[in-house]
Ligand binder design. Structure first.
Ligand SMILES: [Zn+2]
Length: 358
């Protein structure tokens, strides 16, 4: 792949700081709280609802413009995962997304030497736009997973609020993965996630995509699902396809063929993605700030979703049933023995042993 990364580094090395700032500003999880939304704004309305609707799970609309019915919650704890930032109330999703996270957490232990997932934002109880942090995550088919491994103990709710994000990037270099932080087990976890047929895209920082392009020696069939994006240096973002039969779900175009280790990646290492917006021409009207998304901008059905009856409780709508929602009794799986990177083979495609998602 001779498309001039080395040259890009030489030429644009001075953009180190800009790159670092761009990455942190765009980090999906850490957006600052915004001022109170105006009446009728979609994020105000959907952010104020505490529980999902009753009835079957349906994604409605598009990942970045929609809502959902019948969401289920990822239990705060499982043997191989812990949900983070519980106060946000964003561990709701389509059952297909929640079951995939549970499966990835188990397969990660088995195949990737990864002791368990710390799961970040999935979606609000009825999806929709959020006050902060994400453009997508609106229809229950997107989820963020930390690049930090689950500790071998249950964190308290406060620890889950306070645990800082750990970037995978070197702070003093332009778009470079920190070799002291990055591990082969992280690479394996990404490729494991990409191996599931229902996973359509996984967003990672461009530096992480480049690292994968440069170093992944296993099967590269699914490498193209890893998509370079701003931020995503301390977590990755899994997006699954519209589940079969979800008539109201607007699909996204499939990723292009190939591993994506090409010009589309090289672009991120040019000044273009990091350039400041051009100043307006003298005398020109300043551009209008982008309009807040209103409920009326979403698919029509989303207004009714806001008004629909709630499930009885979070426990009642927790994936796996109320018992899964109660305090966890099983101990977390132990961290793998020292040097797990050396102990496991590269991950190939993992057979999908569950029936197609409903
Ligand atoms: Zn995300």
């Amino acid at each position: 792949m001779a498309f001039g990364f080395a040259q890009a580094f030489k030429t644009f090395g001075k953009l180190t700081l800009a790159g670092a700032i761009g990455a942190s500003l765009a980090a999906g999880d850490v957006g600052a709280e915004q001022k109170t939304p105006s009446p009728g704004s979609a994020k105000g309305q959907f952010g104020a609802v505490g529980l999902p609707t009753q009835g079957p799970a349906q994604p409605i609309g598009f990942y970045a413009k929609g809502c959902m019915t019948g969401a289920v919650a990822l239990p705060a704890d499982g043997p191989t995962w812990e949900a983070m930032r519980l106060s946000r109330n964003r561990r709701w999703g389509n059952p297909a997304m929640i079951s995939l996270l549970e499966r990835l957490s188990q397969d990660g232990v088995k195949y990737a030497g990864w002791p368990g997932l710390l799961v970040g934002d999935i979606a609000q109880p009825r999806g929709g736009p959020m006050f902060n942090g994400h453009a997508s995550h609106q229809i229950g088919l997107d989820a963020d997973v930390w690049f930090t491994p689950m500790p071998a103990r249950r964190m308290t709710a406060k620890e889950r609020e306070d645990l800082p994000f750990t970037t995978m990037l070197q702070k003093d270099k332009f778009l470079t993965v920190d070799p002291n932080v990055w591990t082969q087990s992280r690479a394996r976890l990404l490729m494991l996630a990409a191996s599931y047929p229902e996973v359509e895209r996984i967003f990672v920082n461009p530096a992480i995509k480049k690292k994968m392009c440069d170093t992944w020696t296993g099967d590269r069939t699914n490498l193209g699902k890893l998509r370079p994006e701003y931020g995503h240096d301390s977590h990755f973002h899994i997006r699954i396809k519209c589940p079969a039969g979800a008539a109201g779900c607007t699909p996204q175009a499939p990723v292009a063929a190939g591993d994506g280790c090409d010009k589309s990646l090289a672009w991120w290492f040019t000044p273009a993605p990091w350039a400041a917006p051009k100043p307006p021409k003298p005398g020109a009207k300043p551009p209008k700030p982008p309009r807040e998304m209103m409920v009326s901008d979403l698919p029509k059905a989303c207004a009714a979703v806001l008004d629909a009856a709630s499930v009885a409780s979070m426990q009642a709508a927790t994936y796996g049933g109320p018992s899964a929602a109660s305090a966890l009794t099983a101990a977390p799986v132990a961290e793998p023995a020292a040097d797990p990177d050396e102990a496991l083979p590269d991950v190939g495609p993992v057979p999908n042993d569950k029936p197609a998602i409903q």
